[in-house]
Design a protein around this ligand. Structure first.
Ligand code: HEC
Length: 129
């Protein structure tokens, strides 16, 4: 599957991630590509809550087009108990490090549509329950 390059230029997508996104387009069969495919597969568990195209309803933060390092960190914090949201803690505890990395890369690569969720842009932990 190919993503139109201009899709990467929308929303909160930084230049570094843009370059990383391009890698996915050209990587062919490398480990990067395998992780990306794994992420896309695992993401089905997440998209019932986190919309793959931007802001979600009900205080669920936008996780697309974010810095992949931020997403990895957030998931590791749920897993270790540093962040205590019960839903995300149980989601994160079922993931190993590779799966977390894969999911972070996948969601980071998705273009954010429809503008919106300014609070998620600031990168701070969202406190809504
Ligand atoms: C049942 C709904 C639900 C599912 C399923 C779910 N999440 Fe979440 N997620 C949430 C909620 C609610 C929050 C906000 C929790 C908080 O306040 O800390 C959240 C927060 C997050 C955050 C932190 C975002 C931020 O801005 O700090 C990340 C990253 C995340 N989820 C990733 C995932 C991934 C990856 C999956 C799939 C493996 C997933 N979530 C599945 C509901 C869900």
């Amino acid at each position: 599957m190919h993503y139109a390059e201009q899709e990467y230029v929308t929303g909160c997508f930084p230049k570094i991630a843009l370059a990383a996104g391009m890698l996915f387009l050209t990587a062919g069969e490398g480990p990067t590509n395998r992780l990306f495919a794994l992420g896309r597969h695992l993401a089905q568990e997440c998209t019932s809550c986190h919309r793959p195209d931007g802001p979600s309803a009900g205080g669920i933060p936008c996780i697309v087009g974010r810095d992949p390092k931020y997403l990895v960190e957030a998931l590791q914090m749920y897993k270790s108990g540093q962040r205590t949201n019960p839903t995300m803690a149980s989601v994160a505890q079922s993931l190993d490090d590779e799966q977390i990395e894969a999911l972070a890369r996948y969601f980071a690569s998705l273009p954010k549509r429809g503008g919106g969720n300014a609070s998620a842009e600031k990168g701070g932990p969202t406190a809504q329950r």
